[in-house]
Design a binder for this molecule. Structure first.
Ligand code: IPM
Ligand code: SF4
Length: 432
């Protein structure tokens, strides 16, 4: 029997595995940031231990740093530098490490004590996950983005639907996506409950990595590419679960609730608790309506907004900013709201400025910031006031995520840009 992509990477990294026990995995790349990792360094210091392989550790300051200073989000910086590559095991004390799976890596978040363990040993104890193949069959309708794909998926399986699994995304709509767009899907795997999300590397992945400063060069690159080409699930590989989604039916998505599974198409309405069969979901709907200040039956397009945030490791790459700027160009941000664009890295910012995207945003009335996590989470200077309603391209919409009492609606960059112009949600296709 063949192997899945997950099994291939796993088997290539096992240092030791006893039946029924957690395995010890070798870790190729360790990313650290300032929220979850300083304590781990402190732990090492107290124990008198050294970092085993300092060259395999890359650090950013992104979460707490105000976006009036230069920074960069760890999950945007590492791929653009070519630090994360197909076939690697990648860990970081951060749940959105799943992002790097878009390059065909096995990438997942770990806790602070595990960060210390990886620093000291370059290995990690880990249990095998179950595997779920998610096939996005057929083509997307024009303009529909990978953000809509992942929100639609989480709406289908629920925010806990992937618990215990590693997702492998495949199918025509996934192959059609750029590498950056694939990162958006893998990024939010964790929001569907999965341990990680991954996509087998293909020609686009190789092309993306070729010019990256840390990618192998010359003969080494040829060798790497030959290996990367073996990194796909075999035709007869067995997954624990297989899900098929008809991509052609996916509409622009907007979350209405307080978990990413509470989502609907932009032409939909706020649901009623009794629309849900399951008692927990009914209760969750009631709670969400209350927190979000929403009435059942209201059209999504009738929701007035106070804020628009374009940024986060989900959607702050150059392609996201190009997409948003295309909609904003020559228009003005609605007078009733504030809007901000926060590039994911210094390089993204530089590139956007080279292309004149900053001018498009600023002329429309957006604030244009230095890179960082910013309003994705209320850990820095950017946050919502209680009751404020925000269209956000980030990945989490739980209570208080963007500030105490703040109300988050997750959308794609195109939808956020269109909302900024209209002052409420609108199918962005009406604006282009
Ligand atoms: C601060 C960090 C631990 C956290 C995470 O793990 O995801 C953050 O990045 C987030 O998005 O909530
Ligand atoms: S941008 Fe948001 S989701 Fe991504 S690492 Fe920062 S806080 Fe976490």
């Amino acid at each position: 029997m063949g192997s899945t992509l997950y099994e291939k990477i796993w088997n290539a990294h096992v240092v030791r595995e006893e039946p029924g026990q957690a395995a010890i995995l070798y870790i190729d790349m360790h990313l650290v940031h300032e929220v979850t990792s300083p304590q781990a360094f402190e732990g090492l210091k107290l124990a008198g231990r050294k970092i085993r392989r300092p060259k395999k550790v890359m650090a950013t300051m992104d979460h707490n740093v105000p976006t009036r200073f230069r920074s960069g989000i760890v999950h945007v910086v590492a791929p653009e530098k070519g630090l994360t590559m197909p076939g690697m095991t990648v860990v970081c004390g951060d749940s959105h490490t799943a992002t790097h799976g878009a390059l065909g890596a096995l990438a997942f978040g770990i806790g602070t004590s595990e960060v210390e363990h990886v620093l000291a040993t370059q290995t990690l104890q880990q249990k095998r996950s179950k595997t779920m193949k998610i096939e996005f069959r057929n083509k997307l309708a024009p303009g529909i983005t990978s953000k809509d794909m992942i929100l639609h998926l989480i709406g289908t399986i629920g925010a806990a639907g992937g618990t215990g699994y590693v997702f492998e995304y495949c199918g025509e709509a996934v192959s059609d996506l750029s590498v950056e767009a694939r990162m958006t899907i893998c990024n939010m795997s964790i929001e569907g409950g999965a341990r990680a999300g991954m996509i087998a590397p293909d020609e686009k992945t190789i092309e993306y990595l070729k010019s990256r400063p840390y990618a192998p060069k010359g003969e080494l690159m040829d060798k790497a590419v030959a290996y990367w080409k073996t990194l796909k699930s075999d035709a007869d590989a067995k997954f624990d679960r297989v899900l098929v989604i008809d991509s052609s039916k996916i509409e622009p998505q907007v979350t209405w609730g307080t978990n990413p599974g509470q989502v609907t198409a932009v032409n939909g309405t706020i649901p009623r608790p009794k629309d849900f069969e399951n008692a927990n979901e009914r209760q969750a709907c009631e709670n969400a309506l209350q927190y979000m200040g929403l009435k059942s039956g209201t059209k999504i397009t009738d929701l007035p907004l106070d804020y628009v945030f374009i940024g986060s490791c989900t959607n702050s790459r150059i392609e996201d900013l190009r997409e948003a700027s295309r909609i904003v160009k020559g228009k003005k941000v609605n007078h009733a709201l504030s809007a901000v664009v926060v590039p994911g890295s210094g390089l993204v910012k530089q590139q956007a400025e080279k292309e004149g995207l900053d001018r498009i945003f600023k002329e429309a009335g957006f604030e244009w910031r230095e890179a960082g996590c910013s309003m994705c989470l209320a850990m820095n200077d950017d946050y919502l006031q209680p009751g404020q309603r925000c269209a956000s391209t980030s990945n989490r919409n739980f209570e208080g995520r963007q500030g105490k009492g703040g109300r988050t609606h997750l959308v794609s960059p195109a939808m956020a840009a269109a909302a900024a112009i209209k002052g409420r949600f609108v199918d962005f296709r009406e604006l282009v």
